[in-house]
Design a protein. Structure first.
Length: 446
C-alpha cells in the first residue's frame, strides 16, 4: 500500500488532469470515481515539504531510503514545554540525495532509531514501530516517555532500554510481536550489549538496588576481606525474573574513573569500555577540577571470572593519551575494525584503541563549531558519518570522513527538515535525536 501511495503522490494530479476520454462512458465514470477517491486519499495522507512527503506513520516504507532520522526534544529544547502528542516528534526516511518521507510520532526523550536486517525500529510513547520495504507494523506496549538506547538482539528481537531516575526498564520486542518487560529497580550506569545480554557497568552508590547482591558477591570472592565503601559492578538488565538485577562481576570502585556510554566492545564473556580516569591528586594540587589530568583508559571486565582490569591507553610515544574539555569520549558510537575499537564521541572526537596492546590514537575531530552546529554521529568500518544541524537556519548536512587518510566531505544538504525542526504554530522546536544507516549502505566511502 505504501508503494501505491507513493505512486498516487507522484501521479495523482496527472491522472486527474488527463483522464482517458476514449473509453466508454460508464468506464469513464468509474475511472473518474477512482481518480476522485485517489486524489481525496492523496490530499488526506500526503503533504509535500520540498523534497519530503509527509505521510501517516502507517503508510511509511523503507523504499529507497538510506538514512533514518529521529526528531524530538533535545539539547536546544530543554526549556520547551513538550505536550507528548503526535506533533512533538517525527521519523524521517531519506534517500542518498536527502529526499524522502516524514511521519509524525509522539516525542520520546532521547528517542533512538535502529536499522537492521528486519527494518527501521523506532517508537512513540506507547508503542513501537517497525518499518520495512512492505510497510509499517505497530506494536503496543506500556507507556515510556524516554529512551536510553535500542539494541538488535541475535535472535531477531529488539531491546529498548528506558528510564534511569528510578531504574532501567528493558522492553524486548520479539519477532512474533510479543513484548517482554523487565524492571531493574534503582539501577543506572553505562549501558551496552554483549550478545543477547543487555548490561550496565555501574556502582553501588549510583545503583542502590544492587548494593546487597554486589557486596555479597564481593565477600564471597574476597575470602572475608573487608569490603570497600563502594563497589563497581556489572549487572544484567534483561532476561531475569527477580526484582534485583543479577550481578555478574564486582570490583572496588576507583575514584576518578568515569564513563557515560551506551555501548562497549564485546568478545565472548569479556567486555571493554573506553573510560576517563581523572587524577584526584592533581585536582587537589591545582585547586580546580577542570585542571585535573585526565587520561584515556580501558575498563575490562571478564564476566566468566567476575574480575576487572584497568588498562592505560598510551600514544605512539608511550605516553598516556590525555583528554580535556576540548577532547572527550562521552556517549561514543563505536565499531570493531580488526584489533582496534574505533569510536567517535558525541562531540565529534574520533579515536582508535588497540584492545590487545592498549595503544591508542586521536584520529580527528569534527570540522565545524559545536556552538554553531548540533551534530549526531554513526560509524561504519570505513569511517564516520555526521548529521549536522546548523542552529541559525536548521539546514541539515550529512557528512562523511574515513577513519584514516581523508577529510570531511558532504554527501547531501537539505533545507527541508527546517520545517520540522523550527518552532511552528502547532509544533515546538525539535532536534535531531539520532539517526541510523541502512545496513550495507556506505555511500560516503564510494
Amino acid at each position: 500500500m505504501g508503494e501505491r501511495l507513493d505512486e498516487l503522490c507522484e501521479t495523482g494530479a496527472d491522472e486527474q488532469e488527463h483522464g482517458h476520454p476514449k473509453k466508454p462512458k460508464r468506464i469513464r465514470r468509474w475511472a473518474l470515481l477512482v481518480v476522485v477517491l485517489s486524489v481525496a486519499a492523496l490530499a488526506w495522507s500526503c503533504v509535500f515539504h520540498g523534497g519530503l512527503t509527509r505521510k501517516p506513520a502507517s503508510f511509511l516504507t523503507t523504499s529507497d531510503a538510506v538514512v533514518a532520522v529521529r526528531l524530538g526534544s533535545g539539547s536546544s529544547t530543554a526549556g520547551d514545554d513538550f505536550r507528548y502528542d503526535d506533533y512533538d516528534g517525527w521519523i524521517v526516511l531519506l534517500d542518498a540525495d536527502g529526499r524522502g518521507q516524514v511521519a509524525a510520532v509522539n516525542n520520546v526523550l532521547g528517542g533512538d532509531v535502529v536499522w537492521n536486517e528486519r527494518g527501521v525500529f523506532y517508537a512513540a510513547s506507547s508503542h513501537d514501530f517497525l518499518t520495512t520495504q512492505a510497510g509499517t507494523q505497530e506494536i503496543g506496549r506500556g507507556d515510556r516517555s524516554d529512551e536510553r538506547q535500542r539494541y538488535a538482539l541475535p535472535d531477531g528481537a529488539l531491546a529498548v532500554v528506558s528510564g534511569e531516575e528510578f531504574g532501567y526498564e528493558v522492553d524486548t520486542v520479539h519477532v512474533d510481536g510479543r513484548v517482554a518487560s523487565v524492571e531493574n529497580d534503582k539501577t543506572g550506569g553505562s549501558v551496552g550489549q554483549c550478545g543477547a545480554r543487555i548490561l550496565a557497568i555501574t556502582d553501588t552508590k549510583e545503583s542502590r538496588g544492587i548494593s546487597a547482591a554486589a557486596f555479597a558477591a564481593y565477600a564471597a570472592r574476597s575470602g572475608g576481606e573487608a569490603s570497600p565503601t563502594t563497589l563497581a559492578a556489572v549487572v544484567q538488565l534483561n532476561d531475569h525474573d527477580g526484582e534485583e538485577s543479577p550481578v555478574l562481576a564486582v570490583a572496588p570502585m576507583i575514584d576518578g574513573l568515569n564513563s557515560l556510554q551506551h555501548m562497549f566492545a564485546c568478545e565472548g564473556d569479556v567486555i571493554t569500555m573506553p573510560s576517563e580516569l581523572a587524577d584526584e591528586a592533581a585536582a587537589s594540587r591545582n585547586g580546580s577540577t577542570s585542571e585535573r589530568q585526565r587520561t584515556l583508559v580501558l575498563q575490562r571486565w571478564d564476566l566468566s571470572t567476575g574480575e576487572r582490569s584497568i588498562i592505560p591507553v598510551l600514544d605512539e610515544a608511550g605516553n598516556p593519551l590525555e583528554l580535556n574539555v576540548e577532547l572527550g569520549i562521552y556517549e561514543y558510537e563505536a565499531i570493531h575494525v580488526g584489533s582496534e575499537y574505533r569510536f567517535v564521541s558525541s562531540d565529534g572526537d574520533a579515536f582508535a584503541v588497540d584492545l590487545t596492546s592498549g595503544q591508542g590514537r586521536h584520529l580527528f575531530s569534527l570540522n565545524v563549531s559545536r556552538r554553531e552546529y548540533l551534530s549526531v554521529f554513526q560509524v561504519t568500518e570505513t569511517g564516520v558519518y555526521a548529521l549536522k544541524d546548523r542552529r541559525v537556519d536548521r539546514v541539515v548536512t550529512l557528512s562523511y570522513r574515513p577513519w584514516e587518510g581523508g577529510e570531511w566531505r558532504d554527501i547531501f544538504t537539505t533545507r527541508d527538515l527546517a520545517y520540522f525542526l523550527k518552532k511552528g504554530e502547532l509544533t515546538p522546536t525539535a532536534d535531531i535525536q539520532s539517526f541510523a544507516l541502512r545496513p550495507g549502505w556506505d555511500g560516503g566511502a564510494q
